[in-house]
Design a protein around this ligand. Structure first.
Ligand SMILES: Cc1ncc(COP(=O)(O)O)c(C=O)c1O
Length: 599
């Protein structure tokens, strides 16, 4: 640290090179000059032996000015900080004279008007600094960031004007949206309710505890036998937290293969062995498949594979599986090899809560889910785990390697979520989830879920009537898998043509009759459009639009070849058939309001 004397009687401290910019700033007319006076001796601090510099200032100052002085310590040395006199003010002041250094000598006759003006300037300056910090804190997106505002508006229009048929998507309620955009985002609360790393979490604890209670109630779970963690940022992280908590790196897991409808977070790797999921990178995964002839899980094969591979965690549940799961059968298989049975109910958790799909809770040890699909809550994940005594009838094999008679998931899973994999939970998300879970317990939610299923049936009938082929021949839940091979279409081209017509679906692989995977299908789901108020007849209409899009895609594909790139290159946005269908789709979709938004 070096000291450099300044032109007027102040002293500038130079701590390191970055300080240059600060000292330069001090010379600018806009800056509020601070004058750092010389180091004080203990006697000086007592005020008995002040040096000239201090005397000068105390002479000029009124009491108001003296209040701007401050004592503090640097590296244990007592220092005295005093606001510098304003040269311009003094040069205008007939009672003041400038010294040769450009500083000011003072006289006790300095007018009180000038002194007051200085004081007002200082206060104004302080206020303007305060305002400068506060100013942008209250701006709306529109004025703070017009670019992002415009993009948000465009996305809102896209969501409103189009037909949303991605099975994983939904429109949240206004209350959920409000909580997501709330001040809860300001608070840090690493840890669990009652045991946070930071203070100030009284209300956050209440919110998270209520959210947990509601989560257990939504699935009719007894808090003595089940616990829940509502902090995961997504279902992928929820799944990975389960593996991290319960397994050692390299331990074995087994889930449904992604081309068969499983999710990548269950341990997917490509046919040539590329590991594309943290679950397959850090753990050893082996996957089971659906029967290519029926599209349904082949339980006998699952058992065979499980007995060969002996996974520590067996996973049921998937992303693109339109039929109910036989959880009892999975339990039997898991018990044979002592595996923990986990269900990822992400797609169907809303249907399960409304009792419109079989429940995994009776048979599984751990159940994970997203909170934003059929559940209609905010984007995130959740983990339910068993607590208390293990059922004895499952015998010694349950929980391989763990001879205890009690489940130990709670501590392991909570620790894996925070702090092994995540930091502070997103409290705005947790409050929004609590709201969604409250809505889940209402008769209106049950009616909504029943409608989601009826609509999926109506859409399936509309397509089947037009000789379209559905994987498994239909659906038990909210989604259909449309096998486009009899149109000679790839899922990718169909998906693109639909997008141009303002219908959103997503491509999926389909097994051909020889069990080879071809990208020949799309997945279609009904929750989002049901949230906008569409009923069976509306889904009949949407079935007609989808069929029309398939015919358009086929004729374009015949003309341009199968490569999606070719389709997109040729300016098909203006193709007459596409423009006509897009107009019909938008006229149809805009009849239905977008929940939670004024559009
Ligand atoms: C079964 C299943 N699990 C997990 C996920 C991943 O969820 P997230 O995007 O929250 O990680 C999905 C998403 O579609 C899913 O379908």
């Amino acid at each position: 640290m070096s000291r450099t004397s300044r032109s007027n009687d102040s002293i500038c401290f130079q701590i390191d090179s970055t300080f240059h910019s600060i000292s330069r700033h001090l010379n600018s007319p806009a800056a509020i000059p601070l004058q750092l006076m010389d180091q004080q001796t203990p006697t000086e601090t007592n005020g008995s032996n002040e040096n000239n510099n201090i005397e000068q200032h105390t002479n000029i100052g009124t009491n108001d000015e003296e209040e701007d002085e401050e004592n503090f310590r640097i590296l244990g040395h007592p220092m005295h900080l005093k606001r510098q006199r304003d040269d311009s003010n003094n040069s205008n002041n007939s009672n003041g004279t400038s010294n040769s250094n450009g500083g000011t000598t003072t006289e006790s006759s300095c007018s009180s008007t000038s002194s007051k003006r200085r004081h007002i300037d200082q206060v104004t300056s302080l206020e303007s600094r305060r305002q400068a910090v506060r100013a942008w804190g209250n701006q709306s997106i529109q004025s703070a960031d017009p670019d992002i505002f415009e993009m948000l508006e465009k996305e809102k229009q896209r969501q409103y004007k189009g037909i949303e048929l991605i099975a994983s998507e939904n429109y949240v309620s206004k209350a959920v949206m409000e909580a997501l955009g709330s001040h809860l985002t300001n608070k840090y609360s690493e840890g669990m309710p009652g045991g946070r790393y930071y203070t100030g979490n009284k209300h956050i604890d209440e919110i998270e505890s209520l959210c947990c209670q509601r989560a257990l109630a939504a699935f009719e779970l007894d808090s003595n036998s089940w616990g829940v963690n509502v902090q995961p940022y997504s279902c992928t992280s929820a799944n990975f937290a389960v593996y991290t908590g319960l397994l050692s790196p390299g331990d074995r897991i087994m889930g449904l293969d992604t081309p068969s409808g499983g999710h990548t977070s269950h341990g997917y790797y490509t046919p040539n062995g590329k590991k594309v999921s943290g679950a397959s990178i850090f753990f050893e995964s082996f996957l089971y498949k659906v029967d290519p002839r029926t599209g349904v899980v082949d339980y006998e094969k699952v058992e065979e594979r499980v007995m060969d591979f002996h996974p520590k965690i067996l996973i049921c549940g998937g992303s693109a599986y339109p039929r109910d799961w036989d959880y009892a059968k999975f339990r039997q298989i898991a018990d044979k090899c002592g595996a923990v049975l986990m269900c990822d109910m992400a797609q169907i958790s809303g249907l399960i809560a409304a009792k419109e799909c079989a429940s995994p809770f009776e048979f599984c040890d751990i159940v994970t889910s997203t909170t934003h699909k059929s559940l209609r809550g905010p984007r995130g994940g959740i983990i339910f785990y068993r607590k208390g005594y293990k059922p004895t009838k499952r015998g010694m094999l349950l929980n391989q390697g763990d001879s205890s008679d009690k489940y130990d998931f709670e501590e392991k899973i909570n620790f894996a979520v925070c702090s092994a994999l995540q930091g502070g939970p997103h409290n705005n998300h947790i409050a929004a989830l609590a709201i969604a879970l409250k809505q889940l317990a209402t008769p209106e939610y049950k009616a909504y879920m029943q409608q989601v299923k009826k609509n999926a049936q109506a859409l399936a009938s509309a397509l089947l009537r037009r000789n379209c082929k559905l994987v498994t021949g239909g659906t038990d839940n909210h989604m259909l898998l449309w096998d486009l091979r009899n149109f000679g279409l790839s899922g990718k081209n169909f998906e693109k043509v639909c997008e141009m017509c303002h219908i959103t679906v997503n491509k999926i692989p389909i097994f051909d009759d020889h069990g080879t995977m071809v990208p020949g299908g799309v997945r279609i789901g009904t929750p989002a459009m049901t949230s906008r108020g569409c009923l069976e007849s509306d889904f009949e209409t949407m079935g007609g639009f989808l069929f029309r899009a398939a015919l358009i895609a086929r004729s374009i594909q015949r003309e341009h070849g199968k490569m999606a790139k070719g389709i997109l290159k040729d300016g098909l946005e203006n193709n007459k058939d596409i423009v006509d269908l897009r107009t019909q789709v938008e006229n149809f979709a805009t009849q239905f309001a977008m929940p939670g938004q004024d559009v």
